[in-house]
Structure formats: structure tokens, C-alpha cells
Design a protein around this ligand. Structure first.
Ligand SMILES: [Zn+2]
Length: 446
């Protein structure tokens, strides 16, 4: 693959173990990994000019539903609470098939790449009309982002007291068989892996207690990670107490859903006992501030989680509940939201960026990503701070206060995905045409 030298960057925010900030420095990349950081590095390979730029590790997105890019800003779901919002969207999603899954995933990953993301998880929990997890895996391979798809599932339909319509849920035996199939077929555990598969029943209110337990056993047997939605809002807590007789943290612990190989989305309503449980067990949290604002769910206690030692990463969540998936914007929202509830000194711009990079990588079990130091994977975001958004900033490295909302260049595993603000791995006008056509067909059939 050869070498790439990023030369003479204004600032490099390494997010390494010492959180070093380097000035006027270079990054040397070889065979997908970072070889050296410092001044005066030399290479016979490609050179990228870093002047006027801040360099960060690629941002990490720990929660998404990429298929939802085809259902943004749907009338009737724009102003609904979580459960009403789901009931408006389920009938539309039930008309999806493999092409919708593939095209929507590509569009979502392109949007993430432009906002600095190099590694994204995805949570796909419905499989209508022959859709399969590999529809999204193939999409990610073409875009060139590192991918952590999870085999989601729903098994409790309306007739059994669940939320989704019966035709969108699957039999639990078939779900477990397909979980085994996709892990065996697509999971790559290597350090340079571009695809790691996880298991992810949708939420405690859409699968049985048995499936939660079986998925946890299977994940441990296969050495893959577990993911679901937890403690998202007050309705969610009330449902848990009424149906299971306990709070979500207790439910998760009882079924084997705590540990460093588990991460839960939202956790807006975790109480101090649950925060302590997550910290002790190293259970991760995907914090989704824009989605929590959009659905009026509340403000997750991220300050308390971080202080207690809970691993926290950021998630944009699906585009139907955060109609815009700009990951660097999500990091800014995370810092603003902590300040709303806890004051102007509750979170710095640097800490929010740390959560968005190494924080997310740790949540996804990828400590070889999310930081720039020799031996780590070459996932690098290059931000031009010579433009309008940063002009006049006394501290351009405090990018979340005044800085660009899109990258100039993005490298994943040492390969260029974005160059001069353009995605270079696929034909974007063609993708937009396909995505627009599929969205129009869904609108017409509504
Ligand atoms: Zn979600």
C-alpha cells in the first residue's frame, strides 16, 4: 500500500495516552498504520500538505440506523415522542428491501465521512422483503469506512403486546440462526479489521427476555460485541418497571448485558446506581445528544458517567430521529448539552472531541483506533482551519467552538476516502440520484 506523509500540520490533536498536542508537525503512515509523528519526517511516498490544518483521529460513530436515511423529516413523525414516532415509521420501513438498505447505508456513510467519521457502528433490526445485514456491509466496503454492523432483531409484535407490527418481527430461532450466519460469514477480529459484526436485539420492549439472554451467550461464545437501546426516556423506564418489575440497569445485568463487550445506546435515564454498575463492569454508552433533543428524551448524565469511569462514545442515531448526521456537529451538541444542565465548565471542547474519537473507539472495543500514535491504525481526519468558520479563532484546535463542520481530507486504514472536501471512493451524483429515486417511491406509496 506504500507510504503517505502528512506534512507540516498546524496542530495535531493526538488523543494518545498523554493527550499530546503537536505543533507544526508531520504524520507518517505506512501500510495502513501510523509509523511516526513529529517534525522533519521524510518519505518517498505521497505527500499531503497539512498547512492551515488541524489533524485529529478519525471520529467514531457508535450508534446509527443507516437504513433510516430514506425517512428523514417524515410528516407525522417530525414532532412525535419515541413510541408514537416508531408507530408512524414502521409501516414505511416495512416496504424496504435490499436496494433500499444498500443505497441508504451508502448515503449515510458518505454523510458521516464528510463530517470526519472513519469508523461507524450500525444497528439494523428489521429485515423486510429479503433484506440482509450484508446489504449494508457491501455498502460500507465500497465507501471505505471501517464498519461495525450489528445484527439487530425484533420478535415481539403488536399481537403480543409489543410495538412493531407483526409482519416486521421475526421468529427467535431464525434470528439466532442468522446471527450465527453473519458472524461466521463477515466478522473479522484482526487488529486492522474493516468489519466487525455485533449482536443487537433492538430494545427490551421489542424482544423477549429469552432472546436477550441467548444473544448474550452467543456473543460470548463467538467473541463478538453486544448492543441495544437502553433507558432512552421516561416511557422506557416505565415500560421496564411495569413489564419486568425492575429498572433497565437491573434488567441488563440479570441477562448478561453488562461488561466491556457491551454498549448501550442513549442511557439518558441512568440513575446513580446504574452509572456505578456501568462503571464497575466497564459497560459502554453511545451518547446521542441530537436524537435525545429531537425526541425530547432528556439530557444524558454524561458528566457523571465520565467522572465515574463509564466508557462513553458518541452516536448520531438514525436519520429519522436526527435528520442530520454530522458527527463533528454531534460532538459540539454533546458539549453544549452538558453545559445546559451543568454549567459552562461542565465539558471542554477538547473533552468532547476526545469522547468523539478515542472514547468511541474504546466503546466499540477498538483501542487501536481513535488516537494518533505509532502502531495505531491510520484513521485520520484533516480539518482546514483557514476558512470562514475558523477565521478569527484564537485557538483553532478548539474546533468544536469555532471550526469547520466538514473535513478537507479523510483517511481510513491509510486510504483516502475524502480529498479536498469530496468523497473519492464512489460516484456521488449517481448515489444521490438512486437515493432520491427510492425516497420518492416511498413518499408516493405512503
Ligand atoms: Zn437508535
Amino acid at each position: 500500500m506504500g507510504e503517505i506523509l502528512i506534512r507540516n500540520a498546524d496542530t495535531i490533536l493526538t488523543m494518545d495516552d498523554d493527550r499530546r498536542v503537536l505543533k507544526q508537525s508531520d504524520v507518517l503512515i505506512r501500510d495502513g498504520a501510523i509509523v511516526a509523528l513529529g517534525q522533519g519526517l521524510e518519505s518517498g511516498g505521497e505527500v499531503i500538505n497539512g498547512q492551515g490544518c488541524v489533524i485529529t483521529p478519525g471520529l467514531v460513530n457508535t450508534h446509527h440506523h443507516l437504513y433510516q436515511n430514506l425517512t428523514r423529516a417524515v410528516p407525522g413523525a417530525q414532532d412525535a415522542l419515541l413510541f408514537g414516532w416508531l408507530q408512524r415509521l414502521y409501516p414505511i420501513w416495512s416496504r424496504f428491501g435490499p436496494e433500499e438498505m444498500f443505497v441508504s447505508a451508502q448515503l449515510g456513510l458518505v454523510e458521516l465521512a464528510l463530517s470526519g467519521c472513519t469508523l461507524s457502528a450500525d444497528h439494523l433490526y428489521l429485515y423486510p422483503n429479503g433484506s440482509r445485514l450484508e446489504d449494508t456491509i457491501e455498502a460500507a466496503a465500497e465507501v471505505g469506512l471501517r464498519f461495525q454492523p450489528t445484527r439487530g432483531a425484533m420478535s415481539i409484535g403488536e399481537s403480543q403486546g409489543g410495538l412493531p407490527p407483526d409482519h416486521l418481527v421475526e421468529q427467535e430461532k431464525a434470528i439466532l440462526e442468522d446471527m450465527i450466519r453473519v458472524v461466521d460469514g463477515f466478522h473479522d477480529a484482526s487488529e486492522a479489521s474493516m468489519c466487525r459484526v455485533g449482536l443487537a436485539p433492538c430494545s427490551p420492549f421489542s424482544v423477549s427476555r429469552d432472546l436477550m439472554r441467548e444473544a448474550a451467550l452467543l456473543a460470548r461464545d463467538k467473541g463478538v460485541m453486544l448492543h441495544t437501546h437502553l433507558a432512552e426516556n421516561d416511557e422506557d423506564i416505565a415500560y421496564s418497571e411495569a413489564q419486568f418489575g425492575c429498572r433497565p440497569g437491573q434488567y441488563a445485568e440479570d441477562l448478561g448485558w453488562t461488561g466491556p463487550d457491551v454498549w448501550h445506546a442513549h442511557c439518558v435515564k441512568l440513575n446513580p446506581v446504574e452509572i456505578d454498575l456501568f462503571a464497575r463492569s466497564r459497560t459502554g454508552v453511545a451518547h446521542c445528544p441530537c436524537s435525545n433533543c429531537r425526541l425530547g428524551s432528556g439530557i444524558a448524565p454524561v458528566r457523571q458517567m465520565r467522572d465515574a469511569g463509564v466508557p462513553v462514545g458518541l452516536g448520531v442515531d438514525g436519520s429519522a430521529s436526527n435528520d442530520m448526521a454530522n458527527l463533528v456537529g454531534e460532538a459540539r451538541q454533546a458539549l453544549l448539552l452538558q453545559r445546559v444542565s451543568q454549567g459552562a465548565d461542565a465539558m471542554s471542547a477538547y473533552e468532547a472531541l476526545e469522547i468523539a474519537t478515542r472514547g468511541g473507539a474504546d466503546v466499540l472495543g477498538r483501542p487501536e483506533c481513535g488516537r494518533l500514535s505509532p502502531g495505531k491504525r491510520a484513521d485520520v481526519a484533516i480539518w482546514d482551519v483557514s476558512g470562514v468558520a475558523s477565521s478569527g479563532s484564537w485557538d483553532p484546535a478548539a474546533m468544536l467552538l469555532a471550526g469547520p463542520s466538514q473535513v478537507r481530507d479523510l483517511l481510513v486504514e491509510g486510504r483516502q476516502v475524502v480529498r479536498d472536501g469530496q468523497v473519492v471512493t464512489l460516484d456521488l451524483p449517481r448515489l444521490l440520484e438512486q437515493h432520491h429515486r427510492l425516497a420518492q417511491a416511498l413518499v408516493a406509496g405512503d
